[in-house]
Design a protein. Sequence first.
Length: 175
Amino acid sequence: MSLRELEEAVPALLDIRSAARRLIDWEFIRRETGAVLPSDFVALAEAYPPFTVDGFLGLHIPSVGEEQYFIAGVQGLLRNLAELRDAGMSHGHVPFPEPGGLFPWGDSSEGDVFYWRTSSTDAESWTVLVEGHNDDWCEYEGTLTSYLAGMARGTVPPDGLPPDFPGPMPVIDAD
């Protein structure tokens, strides 16, 4: 799934697209997290600031020059997942960088957390896993951009999320 396909599925994105490529310090992010993130996410982040879909799903996109806040958010969510694991409430899911660990990329206004399952060293093969606030854990065998485009098109079910998310014409708000 390409960024263009996501933009076709969610045309409101184009209203907040940056005029120039956003020069995010990916090397700093790699050093601090130990992860090379999937190329579709890198392309999305270099074109768009952090944004929210339908006032519900917030994407954790680094801001240029403020990558340390992205790192702090990721680390906080990883600590939360480690606490769930330690309490026996993570359904066997573990935080990155443990093998097959989860790496967060978004959250919802209702407490859902969106992750990549880092099932291999090749970030291009990572899948999407949603931790629903009602203890639903749902996996999507594809990329972040294909997940978002499929949700917008209605071809990916909103498992564990509100059944009416996203709306037929998702509203995009830059954070």
